[in-house]
Ligand binder design. Structure first.
Ligand SMILES: *[C@@H]1O[C@H](CO)[C@@H](O)[C@H](O)[C@H]1NC(C)=O
Ligand SMILES: *[C@@H]1O[C@H](CO)[C@@H](O)[C@H](O)[C@H]1NC(C)=O
Ligand SMILES: *[C@@H]1O[C@H](CO)[C@@H](O)[C@H](O)[C@H]1NC(C)=O
Ligand SMILES: *[C@@H]1O[C@H](CO)[C@@H](O)[C@H](O)[C@H]1NC(C)=O
Ligand SMILES: *[C@@H]1O[C@H](CO)[C@@H](O)[C@H](O)[C@H]1NC(C)=O
Ligand SMILES: *[C@@H]1O[C@H](CO)[C@@H](O)[C@H](O)[C@H]1NC(C)=O
Length: 518
């Protein structure tokens, strides 16, 4: 999740492997819970089912004795916060990740009453309360004493977040006079659990329930090919800031240099423009990919997707059976590329078959939409197929194609102090630019919109193969899927507005946005 406004933490208990130099823990995938994000326009007649966004949680403990909590693992923000038992969502029984009861902790120490307020990029998505110092454990680690934690008394979210970005992106104001307090990652380093601020993230395939994160280690069983390093790119200048002023990266921006579609016959079509070099955020707290509108248009039209409002695009669910995929290339020549099968991108039935003529499989989310608040974000519909090492100390990430379905922990290699990363032998250095104002404000206008009381898919121009439509054809009396291409995008908005995206651009300062952001 990205923060809406740009803006330091601390840590501990040793895990069995405390002295091992790393902290490895499972990340669990589940449907995002935020019904308040589900809205529908009045004039839309079709039935919209539950928001299909997914999110990734880790188990931590806060307090003494330890209270168990599941929190969103978020590379797009930098604060750890948990909901208080006395907050509204918890009082209503909605705190599905557990709740923190300060009265039951002997180490609870308020340091700024009412001073905590984090605002994520989703509309109305903020959480506020007290800054406190507490004892924290992560994945059975030793206790991180006197860690700064936000305790929410008020807010939109039903469970907490552990931001694992830069200290310079922490919510403001915060307990540090210079705006940067020691984060959980800093505590892990200062207590000797890990050698430097670096971790690897493996969300795992869409059909798997558990991925992993390793603070301080790289796992060679979880990727294929080579890990290639990418230097982090600068953030967009703040209003009034000189665009040439050199600043230190505070968000995980890397340079995306190509996006292409590989159809079911294996033919590859480039969707990005020539010389494309876009700074994109790697954000586990955003559930989807938010991509440049030209690329989105090419993809949506090629697939016959329909816009249903609120930055959501829908496709027949049967298309998830195609053997087609999207390739993302980074850093220019010799940079890493990650191939994401469409089966990993199309998910969650949000339109019932009765409202999707010719498609007995109904309509599913296309987990890719346009930029929000000027941000191009590679969230979970990209990250599931990538293995990414985030090296905060050296302002770089390393990336490779993820190997799906891997659970073994037999090949963990500790990340040492210094600058080297295990498994990395090359760097791809192309620089990226941020969206300019016109690009940021552009809207993909040429994608058909849903109208009336049905969602009519267009005719794909990409070769998707028989598997993409087979199940629809069999089950549907009217046979063929796509009936009309480009349903007249007449009257305005899609009949039904789907769930606001869950993406989570949690946190980071300066950005605000809609759906799918934490
Ligand atoms: C978190 O803890 C719960 C309750 O102990 C457990 O069921 C779940 O599997 C744990 N999840 C992860 C990702 O470790
Ligand atoms: C937190 O900040 C947001 C954005 O400025 C604001 O809308 C919200 O009211 C604040 N919450 C509290 C409890 O102050
Ligand atoms: C954390 O606090 C506990 C309890 O006071 C203490 O035993 C332990 O030594 C402290 N750990 C560190 C690293 O200071
Ligand atoms: C901010 O102050 C803390 C101590 O309170 C210090 O550790 C940190 O390095 C400072 N950060 C910056 C960016 O100056
Ligand atoms: C996920 O799908 C892959 C490929 O289709 C398959 O090999 C794997 O067993 C599946 N995993 C689960 C948990 O179903
Ligand atoms: C799917 O596509 C890949 C790459 O285009 C190809 O190697 C593979 O054989 C295809 N699989 C099927 C089942 O068509």
């Amino acid at each position: 999740m990205l923060l809406t406004f740009l803006p330091v933490l601390v840590a501990t208990v040793p895990l069995a492997a405390a002295s091992a130099g790393y902290v490895h823990l499972d990340v669990s995938k589940r449907a995002a819970s935020n019904p308040s994000l589900v809205r529908r326009q009045q004039d839309f007649q079709a039935t919209l089912t539950q928001n299909a966004g997914l999110e990734y949680l880790v188990n931590i403990t806060v307090g003494t004795p330890p209270q168990n909590m599941a929190v969103t693992l978020d590379t797009g923000s930098s604060d750890l916060w948990v909901p208080s038992t006395s907050s509204k969502p918890c009082r209503e029984g909605k705190c599905d990740g557990g709740e923190f009861d300060p009265s039951k902790s002997s180490t609870y120490n308020i340091i700024d009453q009412g001073g905590f307020n984090i605002t994520y990029a989703g509309p109305g998505d903020s959480d506020a309360g007290n800054w406190v110092e507490e004892s924290v454990t992560v994945g059975g680690s030793s206790t991180l004493n006197s860690t700064i934690v936000g305790v929410a008394l008020d807010g939109a979210d039903q469970h907490g977040v552990m931001g694992i970005g830069y200290d310079t992106n922490e919510a403001q104001p915060n307990p540090s006079p210079n705006g940067s307090y020691a984060s959980v990652l800093d505590h892990m380093v200062s207590q000797g659990l890990i050698n430097r601020k670096a971790y690897s993230l493996y969300l795992n395939d869409l059909n798997e329930t558990t991925g992993s994160v390793c603070f301080g280690c790289v796992d060679s069983t979880k990727y294929t090919g080579d890990l290639v390093a990418l230097p982090l790119q600068q953030s967009a200048p703040e209003p009034g800031q000189d665009s040439t002023a050199a600043t230190t990266p505070s968000v995980f921006y890397v340079t995306l240099t190509g996006v292409s579609f590989i159809d079911a016959s294996g033919a590859e079509t480039t969707l990005s423009s020539e010389d494309y070099a876009q700074s994109v955020v790697l954000d586990s707290g955003t559930s989807e990919v938010l991509i440049n509108n030209e690329i989105l248009s090419g993809l949506a039209n090629g697939l016959g997707a329909v816009y249903v409002g609120e930055q959501n695009y829908v496709l027949p669910c049967s298309y998830s059976n195609t053997n087609a995929s999207i390739r993302y290339t980074f850093g220019g020549q010799d940079g890493p590329s990650v191939v994401v099968p469409l089966s990993e991108v199309i998910y969650g039935q949000v339109v019932p078959p009765s409202d999707m003529p010719g498609h007995s499989s109904g309509g599913c989310n296309m987990g890719i939409s346009g930029p929000i608040e000027g941000q191009v974000i590679l969230g979970d519909t990209f990250l599931r197929n990538a293995y990414v090492v985030f090296d905060l100390d050296n302002y770089q990430v390393a990336m490779a194609q993820a190997a799906g379905g891997q659970a073994s922990t037999s090949s963990l290699v500790v990340i040492p102090t210094g600058t080297s990363l295990p498994g990395v032998s090359s760097t791809a250095t192309a620089t990226g630019t941020q969206l300019d104002e016109a690009q940021a404000n552009a809207i993909a206008t040429d994608i058909p919109e849903a109208t009336g009381n049905a969602v009519t898919a267009g005719t794909p121009t990409f070769v998707l193969g028989a598997s993409a439509t087979a199940s629809d054809a069999e089950a549907s009396p009217t046979g063929s899927g796509s009936s009309s291409s480009g349903s007249s995008s007449s009257s305005g908005l899609a009949p039904w507005v789907t769930p606001a995206p869950q993406a989570a651009f949690l946190g980071a300062a300066g950005l605000v946005a809609g759906a799918f952001l934490l």
